[in-house]
Design a protein around this ligand. Structure first.
Ligand code: KIV
Ligand code: ZN
Length: 515
């Protein structure tokens, strides 16, 4: 039987903790469902002790997800481990991942602890974690820069204390494929009790080697890889889930190993993450970038038409990228829309289908041909939140190069209470004028950090997807919106944030009223 490599996805922990990638509890749950759908073995859902929000998100994910193990990260201390133990309690299968640094630099300057003290803390932490679950992972932070004999000592003590997975992180992205393969060969063959644990690789991408190093670790005996969708994570990120999975899959002849990932869901999951976090995937990103399966040069096109394999080592449909791109028109019905959505990797509930269908009809009126990318943008809008309380009734902008006149926006919004308000604003640019008018009406003066817009399909009537990043005195938010009109897409993205702030205030008020 072919051996299995576990996929431990840390999109919601290492990924989410990177600046610009934070998610709300609801968004994390939505991502966890996508990861479960992909078939990842373990979802690292967060760091329970980091904040009440993180605890809450892990608990909700643990209550909902049934097919993946739900894991929480904890430092080797009582408070962290207890918080993790409580957060994963509802899970059908729950894991605590506890860690302590072992390298000389971390021992001396960060922890100020002796080697013996670190071993003691690791053992105590693992024993406490075992009182919550039999599934305990232990990581030696900065393992790669740890002396081999000491690493061996810590790992042996950890296994003896009950750790069932031993993770060897390249915390600072320093190692090379040959070095890490050799280290895993050493650990998996020389550690006393090594047969009682699964060895895991956790590689960062500071030198752009995270995927190569993870694959080399697998060659050396690792049977779990820690990774994150789109390669997100601390600094330059983590090993990209889609890349390591497709490498193992495409080169099964070389690695002789399998994963449990349903690869056809990869593209939709990657796109969902990009939409939720407001960080678009670069065009040339392996596996999930827009160009990953595009053939532009005549020589390549000629080859692909004769036989796809001349220039394609994977089939686009294997990762959920559709090739029959032209889809629906304004006469298409609900069944066709649902079938196409399923093909793109989205399971729509009846309610979601209904509201996507309404938006689809509007779009089909505005634009002759609806492409898969357009449809994705609509569905993502549903997934990420086009809910109220505010809706755009009308928007009109005037702009141009006249030195004597500033761009002006007239915006009319309706609140779900029935109230309609209008504002007229001037600013240096038309989009800013729109944002100002929306802030005026809703009473939310937001600071705009960034505004990006990209077209999701081709042609003059292409859909535009806008993303805004804004901040208040206390928090950062991102919002998104899609429309065939760029300014309207921007307005929707800005209003998406305000709606989110208002919905959250309502929720908080109702919780406060219950206490
Ligand atoms: O990079 C790292 O060392 C980590 C550990 C907490 C596993 O993320
Ligand atoms: Zn990490």
């Amino acid at each position: 039987m072919t051996e299995h490599v576990k996929i431990f996805d840390t999109t919601l922990r290492d990924g989410e903790q990177a600046p610009g990638f934070s998610m709300t509890s609801g968004q994390k749950l939505r991502m966890a469902e996508a990861l479960e759908g992909l078939g990842v073995d373990v979802i690292e859902a967060g760091f329970a002790a980091a904040s009440p929000g993180d605890f809450d998100a892990i608990q909700k994910i643990a209550e909902t997800i049934k097919d993946s193990t739900i894991c929480s990260l904890a430092r080797c201390n009582t408070g962290d481990i207890r918080a993790s133990g409580e957060a994963i309690k509802p899970a059908k299968s729950g894991r605590i991942h506890t860690f302590i640094a072992t390298s000389p630099l971390h021992r001396e300057f960060k922890l100020k602890m002796s080697k013996d003290e670190i071993v003691r803390r690791a053992v105590e932490g693992i024993e406490l974690a075992r009182s919550y679950t039999d599934d305990v992972e232990f990581s030696c932070e900065d393992a790669i820069r740890t002396e081999r004999d000491y690493l061996k000592r810590v790992v042996e003590a950890a296994i003896k204390a009950g750790a069932t997975t031993i993770n060897i992180p390249d915390t600072v992205g320093y190692t090379t494929p040959e070095e890490i393969q050799d280290l895993f060969q050493f650990l998996t063959t020389e550690i006393d009790g090594g047969d009682k644990a699964i060895f895991s690789a956790h590689c960062h991408d500071d030198l752009g080697l995270a995927v190569a190093n993870s694959l080399a670790a697998v060659r050396g005996g690792a049977r779990q890889v820690e990774c994150a969708l789109n390669g997100i994570g601390e600094r330059a990120g983590n090993c990209a889930t889609e890349e390591v999975v497709m490498a193992l899959n495409t080169r099964k002849d070389f690695f002789g190993l399998t994963t449990g990932i349903k690869t056809e869901g990869i593209y939709a999951a990657s796109k969902l993450l990009a939409t939720i976090t407001g960080n678009p995937v670069p065009r040339n990103k392996a596996i999930v970038g827009k160009n990953a399966f595009a053939h532009e040069s005549g020589i390549h096109q000629h080859g692909v038409l004769a036989n796809r394999e001349t220039y394609e080592i994977m089939r686009p449909e294997d990762v959920g990228v559709s090739t029959d791109n032209l889809v629906l028109g304004k006469h298409s019905g609900r069944a066709a829309l649902k079938a196409r959505a399923t093909k793109l990797g989205f399971e729509l509930s009846d309610n979601q289908l209904q509201s996507v269908f309404v938006s689809f009809k509007e779009l089909a009126d505005a634009k002759k041909e609806v492409f898969d990318a357009d449809l994705e943008a609509l569905i993502m809008g549903e997934a990420v939140g086009t809910q109220g309380p505010w809706k755009i009734d009308s928007l009109y902008v005037s702009a141009g190069s006249d030195d004597n006149r500033s761009p002006q926006a007239t915006v009319k919004l309706t609140h779900e209470s029935g109230e309609t308000k209008e504002a007229v604003s001037e600013a240096a640019g038309p989009v800013n004028a729109v944002f100002l008018a929306i802030s005026d009406i809703t009473g939310h003066p937001l600071h705009l950090e960034s505004f990006t817009v990209q077209s999701v399909s081709e042609g003059k009537d292409a859909m535009a997807e806008a993303a805004v990043r804004v901040s208040t005195e206390f928090e950062n938010y991102h919002g998104r919106g899609a429309s065939t009109d760029t300014v309207l897409a921007g307005a929707k993205a800005y209003l998406d944030v305000i709606n989110r702030i208002e919905r959250r205030a309502v929720r908080q008020a109702s919780i406060a009223a219950q206490h």
